[in-house]
Design a protein around this ligand. Structure first.
Ligand code: ME8
Length: 659
């Protein structure tokens, strides 16, 4: 058992909790939950950054005291995170006496080490960033802040300076010896080249405003907000002293915008205060920035896209899942409502929800509605159980590497295999044949795998995990320090446990419901582009831009396609439709699939029989009138009007996945 201490940035209270800050907070919650189920002794800290000129100005505009404004503005953060299932252990506010006391202690240590000196500072100051800029860093001609796009202010004041320059070499040596201090690795290069280019001493106190922590023994000065804010990670675990065991933090999660503060200034402050290299935080992970429906998260968009409203509309766990699955952690990404709905229906609904829904009702065909005992296992079961072991290990490797997206890829690969297993093991056939021993074995193995899945998904979807467990007749996931719950083997030996009722976990969101839900968010026209048409008339063979040129898609877009090898077992012409053939295709499923294909001008029904074809098997059904429906699409290459079926050179079993 080890300790695992993870933090979010402490958020500015002149903003509301928005999708960007929710993203970081959810990521910390996911990683901390993962460590909790592994038996680690975890601590999750978040909070609010409440000092500084920015806050003083907002309070003045509103005609209230700084403290009253801070109280009212911190509360929405405290309230929002639990509504996104973010189970923080502590919420620190920089205006709390416990924080002030320990920041002043840190200041004294740095001062006594000789690393603070009094000087005068004149420079370009951005109130939005609470930071000085050099002219080189500003956008010209009007000295515009590169982040806030507003002209900065010229400020001259007496100020204490921190000897950052003194730490340049030690920082570089530290990065070299601890390359995982900054993640992802590309960000380490960025940080190192910044440090190599030369560090100037930095101004760390202000006299031009009052709303801050007073500098010890010189109360004319308040501390610069970053000198006040960064130590929150330390001050929050000073009291009671039992909490000190969590130091050093395992991971500070931050957005890429504030990497420099965390990866350069913060370790330098700690070094100056006497911390040795192995007492410094273990890692600063800078994740990417989100856009929403393709738009930059401007202040007004941040105010309108409320993460709690999104969770109310689509489900807390769906939003958490989407953020962790759709965006590779570390890279920039887009939160798209239509993609959310698509993944909700196809990944959560079809792969996860439907699996349970296919298995539990079959248990009603057993003499008792209880978890059956395993009988003799066939190759189908041993393969599924091996896959469960493989993907569970892969998911843990990914979570350990702070790659929640890859962890979910592994878990959903397992769900795909489990769904295929049900297709192939066909419990309904065993039930029809009255082979209750075989039926029991199939259902037992499937339910045991679902039990493992309930743990695997718990870090990302704690609510859904517990709902699945309720249906499996199990209690909620309760992590215990020192006990590793991660499933290395599917659980056995619980035969006879009463099962719960099957309930839909992800009721399908159709186009009408999607429109209602989007409208309920009140995002307005600007942010939410119209949903795509209900059903594309014809699936485009390639993604094309307006000019008809092929555009690039991500691997994730490609991975949404379920391409399978099928064998044509029946074919006939469609009356009155010259171009169409109606086919029956064996895709390794219990029943052959009906497909309608526009290939009759090239292929006769007779020559189609026995052909091995490639099928997009998860395409929504398409109606051709008179009850004719195509449940998938076969792939052809086109040369002018001439079509050629895509096939395979070797004889693979029907249903083989093409990837
Ligand atoms: O910087 N996409 O607070 P802050 C992803 N108080 N993440 C985003 C985002 C977006 N579009 N917008 C914001 C501060 N974030 C300081 C921190 S820590 C000692 C002091 C997230 O309220 C991301 O984590 O401006 C970013 O770093 C953070 O919010 C900035 O929060």
């Amino acid at each position: 058992m080890s300790t695992f201490y993870a933090t979010t940035p402490i958020y500015y209270i002149n903003d509301v909790p928005h999708l960007g800050t929710a993203y970081t907070t959810i990521a910390v919650d996911v990683l901390t939950r993962y460590h909790r189920v592994r038996g680690d002794d975890t601590r999750f800290l978040t909070g609010t950054d409440e000092h500084g000129l920015k806050i003083e100005r907002v309070a003045q505009e509103r005609g209230i005291t700084n403290a009253a404004f801070a109280d009212s503005a911190a509360q929405p953060f405290k309230d929002a995170w639990p509504m996104l299932s973010c189970a923080f252990d502590d919420f620190i506010r920089t205006t709390e006496p416990r924080h002030q006391k320990h920041v002043q202690e840190l200041w004294r240590k740095v001062r006594d080490a000789g690393d603070l000196y009094l000087g005068a500072y004149e420079g370009w100051y951005c109130v939005g960033c609470e930071a000085y800029y050099t002219e080189k860093e500003l956008e010209q001609p009007d000295n515009v802040c590169p982040v806030h796009k507003k002209p900065v202010e010229r400020v001259k004041e007496p100020s204490y300076f921190f000897r950052l320059n003194k730490y340049q070499e030690r920082l570089l040596k530290f990065y070299e010896e601890h390359p995982s201090f900054v993640a992802p690795p590309s960000r380490l290069n960025e940080v190192m080249s910044f440090v190599r280019s030369g560090l100037d001493d930095i101004s760390v106190s202000r006299t031009t405003f009052q709303w801050g922590i007073p500098v010890p023994d010189d109360p004319q000065h308040v501390m610069w907000v970053w000198f006040d804010a960064l130590p929150n990670y330390w001050s929050a675990i000073q009291e009671p002293p039992e909490l000190r065991k969590y130091w050093p933090p395992n991971i500070h999660f931050v957005g890429k915008d504030i990497l420099r503060f965390h990866a350069i200034y913060w370790p330098a402050f700690l070094m100056a205060a006497g911390f040795s290299d192995d007492q410094l935080p273990k890692q600063v992970f800078a994740h990417g920035f989100l856009t929403f429906n393709g738009q930059k998260m401007s202040k007004s968009l941040r105010n309108t896209v409320k993460p709690v409203a999104l969770a109310d509309a689509f489900g807390i766990d769906s939003v958490r899942y989407y953020l962790m699955r759709a965006i590779a952690f570390g890279q920039d990404g887009d939160f798209s409502l239509s993609d959310l709905v698509q993944r909700y229906n196809s990944e959560l609904g079809n792969a996860l929800g439907n699996l349970l829904n296919r298995v539990l009702p079959q248990c009603r065909k057993l003499p008792e509605y209880k978890l059956p005992a395993r009988g003799e296992l066939t190759e189908l079961e041993t393969n599924l159980l091996a896959e469960a072991r493989t993907q569970s290990a892969a998911a843990s490797v990914a979570f350990d590497a702070v790659a929640p997206q890859r962890a979910l890829d592994a878990i959903f690969a397992l769900l795909g295999t489990a769904n295929q297993y049900i297709d192939r093991a066909a419990p309904w056939t065993a039930a029809k044949q009255g082979d209750l021993a075989r039926l029991g074995t199939i259902l037992a193995v499937a339910l045991e795998v679902m039990e493992s899945v309930s743990i695997l998904i718990w870090p990302v979807m704690p609510g859904i995990a517990d709902q699945i467990r309720e249906q499996l007749g199990l209690g909620p996931v309760v992590p215990v320090i020192g006990k590793d719950l991660w499933p290395t083997e599917a659980a056995t030996g619980n035969a006879g446990r009463a099962l719960g009722d099957a309930k839909p976990l992800f009721p399908r969101i159709d186009k009408e419901r999607e429109a209602q839900l989007v409208a309920s968010l009140g995002i307005g026209d600007g942010a939410a582009p119209p949903a795509p048409p209900a059903q594309a008339k014809e699936a485009a063979p390639t993604a094309q831009d307006a000019t008809g040129a092929t555009t690039q898609i991500t691997y994730d877009d490609f991975a949404k396609l379920d391409l399978r090898l099928g064998v044509v077992i029946a074919a006939e012409k469609v009356k009155g439709k010259d171009k169409l053939l109606s086919l029956k295709v064996d895709l390794g499923e219990p029943e052959p699939r009906g497909l309608v294909a526009g290939i009759a001008l090239t292929y006769t029904p007779e020559e189609m029989i026995g052909k091995r074809i490639m099928v997009v098997s998860n395409l929504a059904p398409r109606k051709f009138g008179k009850g004719l429906v195509s449940n998938g699409m076969l792939l052809c290459a086109k040369d002018g009007d001439k079509l050629t079926l895509m096939t395979s050179l070797v004889e693979l079993p029907p249903g083989s996945k093409i990837s």
